[in-house]
Write a protein that binds this ligand. Structure first.
Ligand SMILES: Cc1cc2nc3c(=O)[nH]c(=O)nc-3n(C[C@H](O)[C@H](O)[C@H](O)COP(=O)(O)OP(=O)(O)OC[C@H]3O[C@@H](n4cnc5c(N)ncnc54)[C@H](O)[C@@H]3O)c2cc1C
Length: 496
């Protein structure tokens, strides 16, 4: 039986491991952390459970190919789905704009707010409705398709292509300016930074409004643990606290993976289900460069990487009918070179087990980009200064929430503050990135096969193969990589 060594036990590594076992390979996952799941995780603090990942998971709609894949890997097998009433509620100068899941309700509420935006709202509605026909392609990666299969794929992506053509090169800022009402403008342009492509907004909302991007009950860590169980039940093995630090390469093949705990693993195939930059620069020592990745790493303007600060708070109380995610203006506070004048908080009322009885978990995410990461990176060289800054930001967030919700005063406590350095430390994530390169108007989409030029048995997999990444890309690419190995071994791929 041929042996596949998988570096990384995130969602892509687990998916690769599950399909490796289904296809008759011996499989060993090497994970640097004590637990698996990678960025899809959660952690416990002061009797609260902090969910560190899923705000929306593409694949929650039963009967669709991506949902079937999640079920096959155990992630959504028999799992209840929570469908939030809205994606986000956005407060602006006394007005609240709701991104409702019910698209007709969304349209009606926007029309009521701004009848003068009738045409723009109708276009927004029609575009989102049309894009609901889009389903994430799951069956096969393009490089394994026949000519006819590619044609069929292109036909099935017709609506998505139309939206990409119309909005792919329009920035969110320019798109938002087609609306007249300042609250609608502010809501739409806040979705991502201003020079990002408007198309992302439509893909996200089309999936959400058809129930395809909701939240699995139990949260991120539980989802990853179900995949671990599925993998183990298929006979896969796992080595934790086992960080791959070197590859033995000879005659265009990786023969061994050497780990920081002294263990050495012989391999017929190696799958790097970890950060791409780590693979090219640290494990391959820059000797097998890849043009597509180099182009992106050297141009952060067009190919930005986003990280975040996550402030988790415990609230001694329960929420009424406050929207699950709410964005509101705050008294500005400084952070590095930027000013924070708005926060978005999410509460976990739907997950009572994340908090002690009568209490609720709240999280607040603040996006961080290139310059922010650099500031955190230099701050982290002085651990006291770094911790002081985390504490200061935690307090600023807490006070901002108390100001917005005076009844919460004295009932909030800071549970944890994670920074871009946290994600870098925990997952070896390049610049603390929580996804791969985000779509901007000038950036080009990339679909990478994961093959490493000059090496026959090493494959990259995971979120870096199909920017902007995310959990669906991780689960799909893990499977796709095993399909490529099956092809190389000239054996049929078993998918179920
Ligand atoms: C805060 C946050 C919120 C997010 N929200 C969402 C969301 O709502 N919806 C969504 O779809 N996606 C979301 N994502 C993105 C999603 O979590 C990732 O795209 C996905 O988990 C990536 O999976 P992966 O397997 O490709 O990589 P990773 O999760 O990065 O897994 C890589 C694994 O490899 C391990 N590793 C690294 N180096 C080594 C080494 N040398 N040796 C051994 N092990 C190693 C790491 O510890 C890690 O476990 C979010 C991410 C974050 C951080």
């Amino acid at each position: 039986m041929k042996r596949i060594i998988i570096i990384g036990g995130g969602i892509s590594g687990l998916s690769a491991g599950i399909f490796a076992r289904k296809n008759g390979f011996e499989s060993v996952i090497l994970e640097k952390n004590p637990g698996l799941g990678g960025e899809c995780t959660g952690w416990d603090r002061q009797v609260y459970h902090i969910d560190g990942c899923i705000h929306w998971l593409v694949g929650t709609k039963a009967g669709t190919p991506i949902h079937d894949l999640w079920v096959t890997t155990g992630a959504l097998d028999g799992v209840e789905i929570f469908h939030p009433e809205s994606f986000l509620a956005f407060e602006h100068e006394g007005v609240t704009v709701h991104l409702y899941r019910d698209l007709d309700r969304l349209r009606a509420s926007w029309l009521e707010l701004s009848p003068q935006d009738k045409d723009a709202i109708e276009d927004f509605y029609q575009t989102t409705r049309k894009l609901q026909s889009y389903e994430t392609p799951v069956e096969k990666p393009e490089d394994l398709m026949t000519f006819m299969q590619r044609i069929r794929l292109m036909i099935s992506l017709k609506d998505a292509g139309t939206v990409m053509q119309k909005y792919g090169r329009i920035s969110l800022k320019d798109y938002a300016s087609t609306f007249k009402h300042p609250a609608l403008q502010a809501t739409l342009s806040s979705f991502l930074p201003e020079n990002y492509s408007a198309s992302f907004l439509f893909f996200a909302l089309a999936a959400f409004t058809k129930g395809q991007a909701s939240i699995p009950c139990g949260g991120s860590r539980a989802l990853a643990m179900r995949m671990v169980e599925r993998y183990l039940s298929l006979g896969g093995s796992i080595e934790t606290q086992c960080e791959a630090v070197e590859l033995t390469i000879d005659h265009k093949k990786v023969h061994q993976v050497i780990c920081n705990n002294g263990k050495i693993f012989e391999a017929d195939y190696v799958i790097a289900a970890c950060d791409a930059h780590l693979l090219y620069e640290r494990l391959l020592k820059g000797k097998y460069p890849d043009h597509d990745f180099q182009k992106r790493y050297s141009n952060p303007e067009d190919y930005p990487l986003a990280s975040q600060i996550l402030v988790a708070l415990g609230y001694e109380g329960t929420f009424g009918d406050l929207p699950r995610s709410l964005s509101f203006p705050v008294t500005p506070f400084n952070m590095h070179q930027s000013t924070i004048s708005r926060l978005t908080i999410t509460h976990y009322r739907h997950e009572p087990s994340f908090a002690p009885e009568g209490c609720t978990l709240i999280t607040c995410s603040i996006n961080q980009f290139h310059k922010d990461y650099d500031a955190w990176d230099s701050l982290a060289r002085d651990s006291e200064a770094y911790n002081r800054e985390k504490e200061r930001i935690g307090k600023a967030v807490l006070q901002s929430i108390e100001t917005r919700f005076p009844w919460m005063k004295g009932k909030l406590k800071i549970l944890d503050v994670a920074t871009p350095k946290t994600y870098e430390r925990y997952c070896n994530a390049c610049r603390g990135a929580f996804m791969s390169f985000l779509p901007t108007v000038r950036g080009k989409m990339m679909a990478h096969t994961g093959r490493i030029k000059g090496l026959d048995n090493l494959f990259l997999t995971g979120q870096w193969l199909q920017p902007p990444g995310g959990l669906p890309v991780a689960v799909i690419t893990g499977k796709d990589t095993i399909m490529r190995i099956c092809k190389q071994e000239k054996k049929p791929f078993i998918s179920s």
